[in-house]
Design a protein around this ligand. Sequence first.
Ligand code: RTP
Length: 155
Amino acid sequence: LVASMEEVEETYIMIKPDGVQRGLVGEIISRFEKKGFKLTGLKLFECPKELAEEHYKDLQSKPFFPKLIDYITSGPVVCMAWEGIGVVASARKLIGATNPLNAEPGTIRGDLAVQTGRNVVHGSDSPDNGKREIALWFREGELCTWMPVQEPWLI
Ligand code: RTP
């Protein structure tokens, strides 16, 4: 069955610098692909400090904010836009709890991380924030809408 367009959401997923440095990029991307979501944006990117501060502006007053900004700007991140039915909440489930020690085995953080301050991946927490964050991290020409092939690639 084809989903009605109202059910289709978009979310911003980002592999943080520790995920890139530990060689987990392929592993993390494949979890979203295998689940059945559609990749519509993808780039390796060195995040400027101002962008990290804008992205995390709701956490500005937290004591860990300066450390969080240092972490996110400490090396390249992988920026991704994903599309699909219920993708925002589903991606958060695939990612697991913020503190990796509380994240269930089978989730990305549950399987691959041990510290809140090095929790390898970000996912938008609402459809509105999904749209806001995709607009913040991508320029329009960097996003692709595409349909699965109708003809087989191989015969
Ligand atoms: P994210 O935005 O990265 O997906 O994470 P989240 O919603 O699960 O968690 P949030 O509370 O929004 O925190 C954002 C990121 O800040 C770092 N953090 N450090 N106590 C600490 O040191 C602390 N608390 C949060 C984490 O990298 C968290 O993912």
